[in-house]
Design a protein around this ligand. Sequence first.
Ligand code: PEP
Length: 251
Amino acid sequence: MRKPIIAGNWKMNNTVAGTKQLLSELLPLVGDVTETEVVVCVPFTDIATAAAMTAGTNVKVGAQNVAWADKGAFTGEISADMLKEAGAEYVIIGHSERRQYFGETDESVNKRTVQALKNGLKPIVCVGETLAEREGGITEEVLCRQLEGGFSGIASEQMAQIVVAYEPVWAIGTGKTATSAQAEETIAYIRGKLAAMFGKKTADAVRIQYGGSMNPSNAKELMAQPDIDGGLIGGASLKAPDFTAVVKYNG
Ligand code: PEP
Protein backbone atom coordinates (compact mmCIF):
# COMPACT_ATOMS: atom_id res chain seq x y z
CA MET A 1 0.00 0.00 0.00
CA ARG A 2 1.32 3.41 -0.98
CA LYS A 3 0.55 6.18 1.50
CA PRO A 4 -0.87 9.22 -0.32
CA ILE A 5 1.33 12.32 -0.26
CA ILE A 6 0.03 15.83 -0.82
CA ALA A 7 2.78 18.44 -1.07
CA GLY A 8 2.35 22.18 -1.38
CA ASN A 9 4.80 24.00 -3.64
CA TRP A 10 4.77 27.56 -2.40
CA LYS A 11 7.18 28.61 -5.19
CA MET A 12 8.60 32.12 -4.57
CA ASN A 13 5.80 33.21 -2.26
CA ASN A 14 5.70 34.17 1.41
CA THR A 15 8.24 35.97 3.54
CA VAL A 16 8.72 34.76 7.10
CA ALA A 17 5.72 36.83 8.17
CA GLY A 18 3.60 35.27 5.41
CA THR A 19 4.81 31.82 6.39
CA LYS A 20 3.78 32.39 10.00
CA GLN A 21 0.38 33.59 8.89
CA LEU A 22 -0.32 30.75 6.44
CA LEU A 23 0.93 28.01 8.77
CA SER A 24 -0.99 29.40 11.72
CA GLU A 25 -4.15 28.99 9.60
CA LEU A 26 -3.15 25.65 8.10
CA LEU A 27 -1.78 23.68 11.05
CA PRO A 28 -5.01 23.57 13.06
CA LEU A 29 -6.71 22.19 9.92
CA VAL A 30 -4.22 19.52 8.77
CA GLY A 31 -1.64 19.19 11.55
CA ASP A 32 -3.10 15.93 12.82
CA VAL A 33 -3.81 14.22 9.49
CA THR A 34 -2.34 10.72 9.51
CA GLU A 35 -3.85 8.90 6.52
CA THR A 36 -2.07 11.21 4.06
CA GLU A 37 1.46 12.56 4.26
CA VAL A 38 1.35 16.35 4.15
CA VAL A 39 4.36 18.43 3.09
CA VAL A 40 4.90 22.15 2.56
CA CYS A 41 7.79 23.02 0.23
CA VAL A 42 8.66 26.57 1.16
CA PRO A 43 11.29 29.13 0.06
CA PHE A 44 14.74 28.58 1.60
CA THR A 45 14.42 31.55 3.96
CA ASP A 46 11.17 30.15 5.39
CA ILE A 47 12.38 26.61 6.10
CA ALA A 48 13.55 27.20 9.67
CA THR A 49 10.33 29.01 10.57
CA ALA A 50 8.19 26.31 8.98
CA ALA A 51 10.20 23.56 10.69
CA ALA A 52 9.79 25.21 14.09
CA MET A 53 6.08 25.74 13.58
CA THR A 54 5.36 22.23 12.28
CA ALA A 55 7.40 20.45 14.99
CA GLY A 56 5.11 18.09 16.86
CA THR A 57 2.54 18.04 14.03
CA ASN A 58 2.26 15.61 11.13
CA VAL A 59 3.15 18.27 8.55
CA LYS A 60 6.61 17.98 7.00
CA VAL A 61 8.76 20.64 5.45
CA GLY A 62 10.45 20.57 2.05
CA ALA A 63 12.70 22.81 -0.02
CA GLN A 64 12.45 23.59 -3.74
CA ASN A 65 15.99 22.83 -4.91
CA VAL A 66 19.31 21.41 -3.70
CA ALA A 67 22.88 21.72 -4.98
CA TRP A 68 24.63 18.65 -6.35
CA ALA A 69 27.86 19.44 -4.52
CA ASP A 70 28.57 19.22 -0.79
CA LYS A 71 29.91 22.76 -0.54
CA GLY A 72 32.24 25.23 -2.19
CA ALA A 73 32.28 27.73 -5.04
CA PHE A 74 28.67 27.45 -6.20
CA THR A 75 27.30 30.98 -5.79
CA GLY A 76 23.55 31.04 -5.35
CA GLU A 77 23.18 27.33 -4.62
CA ILE A 78 22.17 25.71 -1.33
CA SER A 79 23.55 22.46 0.04
CA ALA A 80 21.72 19.41 1.38
CA ASP A 81 23.43 19.97 4.75
CA MET A 82 22.07 23.51 4.93
CA LEU A 83 18.56 22.36 4.06
CA LYS A 84 18.63 19.57 6.61
CA GLU A 85 20.01 21.82 9.32
CA ALA A 86 17.20 24.30 8.63
CA GLY A 87 14.65 21.48 9.00
CA ALA A 88 13.81 20.27 5.48
CA GLU A 89 12.95 16.61 5.02
CA TYR A 90 11.84 16.70 1.37
CA VAL A 91 13.14 18.59 -1.65
CA ILE A 92 11.53 19.28 -5.01
CA ILE A 93 13.96 18.63 -7.87
CA GLY A 94 13.57 19.46 -11.56
CA HIS A 95 10.36 21.45 -11.37
CA SER A 96 9.36 22.60 -14.87
CA GLU A 97 9.90 26.23 -13.86
CA ARG A 98 13.52 25.38 -13.06
CA ARG A 99 13.87 23.48 -16.31
CA GLN A 100 12.29 26.36 -18.26
CA TYR A 101 13.90 29.42 -16.63
CA PHE A 102 17.07 28.18 -14.94
CA GLY A 103 18.54 25.70 -17.37
CA GLU A 104 17.81 22.57 -15.34
CA THR A 105 18.49 19.45 -17.41
CA ASP A 106 17.93 15.74 -16.91
CA GLU A 107 21.63 15.52 -16.04
CA SER A 108 21.46 18.23 -13.36
CA VAL A 109 18.23 16.71 -12.02
CA ASN A 110 20.09 13.41 -11.73
CA LYS A 111 23.04 14.96 -9.89
CA ARG A 112 20.78 16.83 -7.47
CA THR A 113 18.72 13.67 -6.84
CA VAL A 114 21.82 11.61 -6.09
CA GLN A 115 23.05 14.32 -3.71
CA ALA A 116 19.69 14.56 -1.92
CA LEU A 117 19.58 10.79 -1.40
CA LYS A 118 23.18 10.67 -0.22
CA ASN A 119 22.28 13.19 2.48
CA GLY A 120 18.97 11.69 3.57
CA LEU A 121 16.72 14.28 1.93
CA LYS A 122 13.67 12.78 0.21
CA PRO A 123 13.46 13.93 -3.41
CA ILE A 124 10.24 14.86 -5.17
CA VAL A 125 11.39 14.65 -8.78
CA CYS A 126 9.24 16.40 -11.37
CA VAL A 127 8.71 15.21 -14.93
CA GLY A 128 6.23 16.27 -17.57
CA GLU A 129 5.70 17.25 -21.17
CA THR A 130 4.94 20.63 -22.71
CA LEU A 131 1.78 21.31 -24.71
CA ALA A 132 3.74 21.15 -27.99
CA GLU A 133 5.18 17.80 -26.97
CA ARG A 134 1.75 16.41 -26.05
CA GLU A 135 0.22 17.71 -29.27
CA GLY A 136 3.18 16.34 -31.20
CA GLY A 137 2.43 12.88 -29.81
CA ILE A 138 5.79 12.57 -28.05
CA THR A 139 4.68 12.62 -24.40
CA GLU A 140 5.97 9.11 -23.68
CA GLU A 141 9.25 9.76 -25.47
CA VAL A 142 9.80 12.91 -23.37
CA LEU A 143 8.94 11.13 -20.12
CA CYS A 144 11.14 8.20 -21.04
CA ARG A 145 14.09 10.56 -21.56
CA GLN A 146 13.40 12.43 -18.32
CA LEU A 147 13.09 9.23 -16.29
CA GLU A 148 16.13 7.52 -17.80
CA GLY A 149 18.23 10.69 -17.46
CA GLY A 150 16.94 11.78 -14.07
CA PHE A 151 17.28 8.37 -12.44
CA SER A 152 20.45 7.18 -14.13
CA GLY A 153 22.73 5.26 -11.74
CA ILE A 154 20.15 5.16 -8.96
CA ALA A 155 19.72 1.84 -7.15
CA SER A 156 16.30 0.21 -6.72
CA GLU A 157 16.38 0.68 -2.91
CA GLN A 158 17.01 4.40 -3.45
CA MET A 159 14.28 4.66 -6.09
CA ALA A 160 11.73 3.41 -3.59
CA GLN A 161 12.41 6.53 -1.48
CA ILE A 162 11.84 8.94 -4.34
CA VAL A 163 8.49 10.59 -5.00
CA VAL A 164 7.85 11.26 -8.69
CA ALA A 165 5.63 14.22 -9.58
CA TYR A 166 4.05 14.01 -13.02
CA GLU A 167 3.31 17.59 -13.96
CA PRO A 168 2.19 18.28 -17.52
CA VAL A 169 3.73 21.72 -18.12
CA TRP A 170 0.58 22.92 -19.89
CA ALA A 171 -1.44 22.33 -16.71
CA ILE A 172 0.82 24.18 -14.25
CA GLY A 173 -0.63 27.46 -13.05
CA THR A 174 -2.94 27.60 -16.06
CA GLY A 175 -6.16 26.39 -14.51
CA LYS A 176 -6.14 23.59 -17.13
CA THR A 177 -6.05 20.22 -15.43
CA ALA A 178 -5.30 16.99 -17.20
CA THR A 179 -8.44 14.89 -17.10
CA SER A 180 -8.27 12.13 -14.55
CA ALA A 181 -8.11 9.63 -17.42
CA GLN A 182 -5.21 11.49 -19.07
CA ALA A 183 -3.36 11.77 -15.76
CA GLU A 184 -3.93 8.09 -14.92
CA GLU A 185 -2.87 6.91 -18.37
CA THR A 186 0.35 8.90 -18.24
CA ILE A 187 1.17 8.01 -14.64
CA ALA A 188 0.55 4.34 -15.41
CA TYR A 189 3.04 4.73 -18.27
CA ILE A 190 5.55 6.23 -15.81
CA ARG A 191 5.06 3.32 -13.40
CA GLY A 192 5.54 0.87 -16.27
CA LYS A 193 8.74 2.62 -17.29
CA LEU A 194 9.99 2.52 -13.67
CA ALA A 195 9.18 -1.22 -13.62
CA ALA A 196 11.32 -1.70 -16.72
CA MET A 197 14.16 0.26 -15.11
CA PHE A 198 13.98 -0.91 -11.48
CA GLY A 199 11.71 -3.97 -11.38
CA LYS A 200 8.00 -4.26 -10.68
CA LYS A 201 8.35 -4.46 -6.91
CA THR A 202 10.15 -1.13 -6.75
CA ALA A 203 7.82 0.51 -9.26
CA ASP A 204 4.82 -0.64 -7.21
CA ALA A 205 6.32 1.00 -4.12
CA VAL A 206 7.12 4.39 -5.71
CA ARG A 207 4.61 7.12 -5.02
CA ILE A 208 3.67 9.14 -8.09
CA GLN A 209 1.91 12.47 -7.69
CA TYR A 210 -0.09 14.42 -10.20
CA GLY A 211 0.55 18.17 -10.36
CA GLY A 212 -1.05 20.86 -12.49
CA SER A 213 -3.93 23.02 -11.28
CA MET A 214 -5.03 20.40 -8.75
CA ASN A 215 -7.57 22.01 -6.46
CA PRO A 216 -10.49 21.22 -4.12
CA SER A 217 -12.86 20.54 -7.00
CA ASN A 218 -10.76 18.00 -8.90
CA ALA A 219 -8.62 16.40 -6.17
CA LYS A 220 -11.05 13.62 -5.27
CA GLU A 221 -11.45 12.37 -8.82
CA LEU A 222 -7.72 12.54 -9.53
CA MET A 223 -6.87 10.78 -6.27
CA ALA A 224 -9.36 8.01 -7.05
CA GLN A 225 -7.20 6.84 -9.96
CA PRO A 226 -5.29 3.67 -9.12
CA ASP A 227 -1.83 4.95 -10.03
CA ILE A 228 -2.16 8.48 -8.62
CA ASP A 229 -0.73 8.57 -5.11
CA GLY A 230 -0.82 12.25 -4.35
CA GLY A 231 -0.56 15.77 -5.61
CA LEU A 232 1.99 18.53 -5.96
CA ILE A 233 -0.05 21.64 -5.41
CA GLY A 234 1.04 25.13 -6.46
CA GLY A 235 -1.58 27.90 -6.39
CA ALA A 236 -4.04 26.08 -4.15
CA SER A 237 -1.35 25.50 -1.51
CA LEU A 238 -1.20 29.22 -0.74
CA LYS A 239 -4.69 29.31 0.74
CA ALA A 240 -5.19 27.27 3.90
CA PRO A 241 -8.83 26.27 3.18
CA ASP A 242 -8.02 25.19 -0.40
CA PHE A 243 -4.93 23.21 0.56
CA THR A 244 -6.87 21.60 3.40
CA ALA A 245 -9.63 20.58 1.02
CA VAL A 246 -7.08 18.93 -1.26
CA VAL A 247 -5.41 17.16 1.69
CA LYS A 248 -8.84 15.98 2.85
CA TYR A 249 -9.94 15.03 -0.68
CA ASN A 250 -12.06 12.20 0.68
CA GLY A 251 -14.17 14.65 2.65
C1 PEP B 1 3.35 23.29 -9.27
O1 PEP B 1 3.88 24.37 -9.09
O2 PEP B 1 3.99 22.26 -9.09
C2 PEP B 1 1.94 23.27 -9.66
C3 PEP B 1 1.37 22.12 -9.93
O3 PEP B 1 1.29 24.48 -9.71
P1 PEP B 1 -0.31 24.71 -9.85
O4 PEP B 1 -0.96 23.80 -8.87
O5 PEP B 1 -0.49 26.16 -9.53
O6 PEP B 1 -0.66 24.37 -11.26
